[in-house]
Design a protein around this ligand. Structure first.
Ligand code: XIL
Length: 519
């Protein structure tokens, strides 16, 4: 009897420690016993994370509440997750912590606070809360403070639970993929491509910090692009710029904290880098366009904005050119300037402040400040749609007349059903006729479900696109896919890449390898 009571009590206690739903399974637990497990300091400043033996992560050097340990997770929209973490601090009698999520949709980052808790000095406290992701294409979970911007603290046992059977196990296994084929038995795309053009991909910061992932990338690819880390919202230091603006409203402050891990790796390992992007309507702080860098104040006028554009381009190209000489071989100078509806310049802050010539001015500044031999690209999507293509070609013709553009980047975010290969072929032929260098800059091909039939169609389209680009090999600089594994893609729900979540090669990988082998 006593035994039964003890057992019941033990079971009850265990149940209390379990997450809300009995059928939940733990799908992720931070692996701080062996390293930082893809966690990094979300910080515009000097905050740093380090492993704290035996199983925790320590953060210090903070100057803002959001300067906190964070990690990207390919969460699945609509899944009712439970998140929990233990937090400890030694510097205050008590401090408040929050698990938060930063998510991005269409390049706009927004935030939600998930759960809050108080940690007394020296005590581990558990924060646990529910979170169901909405429709976003990137999620960073992080553990920040509330009103304690300089506090150093530790976290451990960051766990994610999800209802049993939901399709989410694969999304969090970034660090220890179960490669079925030994890596050495995979054909190396970069070897197959050699002497023709570069083959590459975009790499987000959390992968750039994983030595094992980077070794895999280095073996397969010859060129990389930081996925978000050289975009204006990652590079511009708005707080420091605001200080400078008190003296000179055209001065800009920049930093390269986010891009550094990948640039360092590329430099040390002989990988080329394609820079993305200097001038874009998206992922650029609204404040950049306003007086005193204050979004509450009016937009600045043409002359101020042109000076800011010049200073920004000069700072970025001078820093990267001196710190990483020869590493960044090409840049997207302007991205996505053409509107899908009107096929003329998109209504953007650049158009509003500078006016119609903002594209040609950006290219002129880039030419002036880029190291000799850097290739300058205009990059856009939906080139296979005839109306948009007309707009893009008109813009390119103007730049060609200026003599400032070297190449055109076809993004190629496709579906297996759209556009047709005939339309893609026609678009490449039309742009090639302008005499420009070419690249496929952001290739991914979505399917609605990960079925064998869909994977076969996806592979066929990848193969066709490779064969098409091989026909133009003498003027193609690179073909780059937009990500390594499906689960880490900005379109993760569409399984659009060459490797699956466990980093096994998909039929699409073999189709690319075969296309390259046959030529
Ligand atoms: C995407 C990134 O992949 C996401 O992580 C981010 O949240 C939004 O931007 N065209 C571009 C790329 O030029 O910069 C975009 O990258 C995808 C569309």
């Amino acid at each position: 009897m006593r035994k039964t009571l003890a057992l019941t009590l033990a079971l009850l206690l265990m149940a209390a420690a379990l997450p809300a739903r009995a059928a939940d399974a733990m799908i992720y637990q931070s692996g701080f016993a062996t390293g930082t497990d893809g966690w990094y300091a979300r910080s515009a400043g000097s905050a740093k994370v380090s492993q704290l033996p035996p199983n925790a992560l320590h953060i210090e050097g903070r100057t803002a509440d959001w300067h906190s340990p964070g990690r990207d997770f390919a969460l699945v929209r609509g899944t009712p997750y439970t998140l929990s973490v233990q937090v400890r601090q030694d510097e205050a009698d008590a401090a408040d912590f929050i698990i938060s999520v930063a998510h991005a949709a269409n390049g706009e980052e927004t935030y939600e606070n998930i759960v809050r808790g108080t940690a007394r000095r020296g005590e581990w406290v558990t924060l646990s809360g529910a979170y169901t992701p909405g429709a976003f294409d990137r999620y960073v979970l992080y553990v920040e403070t509330l009103g304690a911007p300089t506090l150093s603290y530790d976290i451990r046992f960051f766990r994610i639970y999800a209802p049993e059977g939901t399709a989410n196990m694969e999304n969090v296994k970034d660090e220890a993929p179960a490669v079925i084929l030994p890596v050495d038995e995979l054909p190396r795309l970069k070897a197959l491509c050699a002497e023709r053009f570069d083959i590459g991909l975009c790499v987000p910061q959390y992968l750039a910090r994983s030595a094992e992932t980077m070794a895999f990338i280095r073996d397969q690819f010859s060129i990389v692009t930081p996925e978000n880390e050289l975009k204006p919202d990652a590079v511009l230091d708005m707080a420091a710029s605001r200080q400078l603006a008190k003296e000179d409203d055209t001065a800009v402050a920049v930093h390269f904290d986010a891009a550094k891990p990948l640039l360092d790796y590329a430099q040390a390992n002989g990988l080329k880098v394609h820079g993305h992007v200097l001038v874009w309507h998206s992922q650029t702080p609204e404040a950049f366009f306003h007086e005193g860098y204050d979004p509450a104040k009016p937009l600045v006028g043409r002359e101020v904005m042109l000076a800011r554009m010049e200073h920004y381009i000069r700072e970025v190209l001078t820093y990267t050119g001196t710190q990483y000489p020869g590493v960044i071989v090409s840049w997207d100078v302007v991205n996505e300037a053409i509107d899908d509806g009107t096929h003329t310049l998109r209504d953007s802050n650049w158009l509003k402040t500078v006016g119609e010539d903002f594209v040609s001015r950006a290219f002129a500044f880039a030419r002036q400040y880029a190291p000799e031999g850097t290739l300058l690209y205009y990059n856009d999507y939906n080139t296979a749609i005839p109306g948009k293509q007309n707009g893009i070609v008109r813009l390119l013709e103007g730049l060609i007349a200026d003599g400032t553009v070297d190449g055109y980047g076809f993004q190629m975010h496709h579906e297996i059903t759209f556009p047709t290969m005939a339309a893609i072929t026609a678009s490449v032929s039309r742009v090639a006729a302008l005499g420009l260098r070419l690249r496929v800059s952001e290739l991914d091909i979505g399917v609605n479900a990960a079925t064998e039939a869909n994977y076969a169609s996806q592979a066929a389209m990848y193969g066709d696109i490779m064969r098409l680009m091989l026909q133009y090999a003498d003027r193609v600089d690179a073909v780059q896919v937009w990500g390594l594994c499906d689960s880490q893609s900005w379109r993760a729900a569409k399984f659009p890449l060459l490797f699956d979540a466990q980093r096994n090669p998909k039929p699409a990988f073999w189709a690319v390898a075969e296309a390259l082998q046959k030529q």
